[in-house]
Design a protein around this ligand. Sequence first.
Ligand code: G
Ligand code: G
Ligand code: MN
Ligand code: NA
Length: 255
Amino acid sequence: LTLGREVREAISRDCIVPFYQPKVCLSTGRIIGVEALARWRHPTKGILTPDTFGAAFDDPELATAIGKRLIGKISSDMRRWLDAGINPGRVGVNLSCAEFGQPDLAEDILRILALVKVPTDHFEIEVTEKVLLEGRSDSVSATLEKFQRHGVQIALDDFGTGYASLAHLKRFPVHHIKIDRTFVFDLEQDAGDEAIVAAVIGLGRSLNIQVTAEGVETEGQAQRLRELGCNNAQGYLFAKPMAVSELSSYFSNNI
Ligand code: G
Ligand code: G
Ligand code: MN
Ligand code: NA
């Protein structure tokens, strides 16, 4: 596989890096956390998004290699922010089905966090319902519970696009629901989307689960979300995913 060889080389040259997209409080606009999103600093093609290499996240060996390297970088970035007196809140880290296939996933990640001495409550694992459905559910829940016991929270990503199963919210420790951007896009025009968004916000409120709307691009969408009682949002309206270097000026204006 050419992609495999190229990705392995990119990892060894330290070219796969985290970008960070702020998550903000809809009432104050202040940053409440960031999501780490993998980027490939390609020597000739520039910054590549997972559009071009995301297939690697489906391969157990490559996904695990990328994931470990990214968590190392993310935790040392967090260490540096905290040391500089900046508190960016929780950083969300995406983990794929392939990564959940690794029996030592939680131990490996927790060990990396302990190494840089970052408090675990600065971390959140983002999983889609696909992870909950496709993994052996006993081992997935054991892994998630291990994270939870050590203070790492769990976010259910792309919520609404899969099964949006209430059983998942009961069976797995879920602290945070991220409403998929496909429901936010047409929120002001489509009564069905609005009803779904309102229902998820209500669900979060009754179950005491934090809710974040993804893909917020316009002030109109943000306003509608505020009216529906949504507390948190993420999207180009507030900030795009940024390199660490760009993030520092964002921090100085938004913390
Ligand atoms: O910016 P965006 O194009 O970053 O991300 C595209 C997709 O790739 C998203 O669905 C996101 O969850 C996934 N993705 C981004 N970074 C990572 C990562 O570090 N690990 C995994 N497993 N998936 C990621
Ligand atoms: O992990 P997840 O699938 O949630 O990844 C988020 C994806 O959404 C990433 O690819 C990220 O670059 C992208 N994204 C972030 N904000 C916006 C936005 O406002 N609009 C759109 N269309 N995509 C966004
Ligand atoms: Mn995500
Ligand atoms: Na998502």
